[in-house]
Design a protein around this ligand. Structure first.
Ligand SMILES: [Zn+2]
Length: 340
């Protein structure tokens, strides 16, 4: 599936299914928002429905009537099952209609495929309406559920899916994809990749909407400023870093990526991912605080991100981190004044 970037393991699972001709009937593609779940699901659907795909290949031809209909979102055998506009939950009527369609033979292709982009939005009663189709699906039906976290799904649904994990991409993968597929200039691609937290989807969007990139650059600037600020100033900055769980996750992921560079610089490594001012500041700070404090704080950041999964208080988490920031050990470093 050449349309998909990265996540080779996830791709390999689906490619094997295509080449063996033995697709499972329900998959759960899961991973962080913006990581490419829908792109992968659509590529898989296109390959399953392609009329000219060679038996030993997992790549859809991209040109047959089926491929074109999938690309234009009007293939009669591929349906996106989503909540109605403005609604939080998937309507039971929508699922009942899906179940009815699943019982019919495909119109044009060899399969009927349903993609449910936000499987977390299935409530128990709606899920029960779906179960029979998941338990005894007609041979030609393939259901692709997408979710951020499998733990948010009803266990009865989860147990019937083959799990396919997607992970954030490395900055180098994102930068290469931006250059090769979206013709982004190398410098701009590197900058976007450094801000993307592993999400190609975010990088592509931010490339088209510069205000999103600017906003995240300002966030990174505040994260960097925090490291050099005196302790009374830290609380003020920490309060601007994330008001809710989602925003705090973004902050923590960005902070971890940059602080990893601080820890690398502290141990004398030169293979940093940041560029420009962020890189200079990581190098300076790493040298000033030393490897052990840098490593310990990196661990604290990673633990703080994990604590967001169990609904830790975002404000308190950020304030605690701001207070725990290691202080530069050398007298020449910019520490924002004397300390007791
Ligand atoms: Zn085709």
């Amino acid at each position: 599936m050449h349309a998909v970037v990265g996540n080779q393991q996830a791709q390999a699972i689906l490619e094997r299914a295509l080449i063996s001709g033995q697709a499972r009937q329900a998959y759960l593609l899961y991973g962080p928002e913006g990581v490419g779940k829908l792109t992968l699901a659509q590529a898989f659907a296109q390959a399953l429905l392609c009329q000219r795909r060679p038996l030993d290949s997992s790549d859809p031809c991209g040109e047959c009537v089926s491929c074109r209909k999938v690309a234009h979102h009007n293939h009669p055998d591929l349906a996106l099952i989503e909540p109605e506009d403005g609604k939080r939950w998937l309507a039971i009527e929508t699922v009942r209609e899906m179940v009815r369609l699943a019982s019919l033979a495909p119109t044009e292709g060899a399969h009927r495929i349903f993609i449910i982009p936000e499987a977390e939005r299935i409530q128990e009663r709606t899920g029960n309406a779906l179960l029979k189709t998941l338990e005894e699906p007609p041979d030609d039906v393939v259901i692709l559920l997408l979710a951020t976290d499998p733990d948010d799904l009803l266990p009865t649904i989860l147990s019937r899916c083959q799990l396919v994990a997607l992970r954030p991409l490395a900055p180098a993968e994102i930068s290469a994809a931006l250059r090769e597929r979206w013709s982004v200039a190398p410098d701009a691609a590197d900058r976007l990749a450094a801000l993307a937290n592993g999400r190609l989807g975010w990088a592509v969007r931010a490339h088209e909407r510069p205000e999103e990139q600017a906003e995240r650059e300002r966030l990174l600037e505040r994260i960097i400023a925090l490291a050099g600020a005196p302790s009374d100033e830290r609380m003020r900055i920490a309060a601007t870093l994330g008001s809710d769980n989602a925003a705090t996750r973004v902050t923590l992921e960005l902070w971890i990526a940059w602080w990893r560079d601080v820890a690398l610089a502290a141990s004398g490594a030169h293979s940093l991912l940041s560029s420009g001012a962020a890189r200079r500041e990581a190098t300076r700070l790493g040298a000033a605080i030393g490897p052990e404090p840098a490593r310990l704080f990196l661990r604290a950041l990673i633990e703080a991100l994990a604590s967001m999964d169990i609904n830790a208080n975002p404000r308190l988490t950020l304030e605690n981190l701001a207070l725990a920031l290691p202080t530069p050990r050398s007298t020449g470093a910019r520490t924002g004044g004397a300390r007791q």
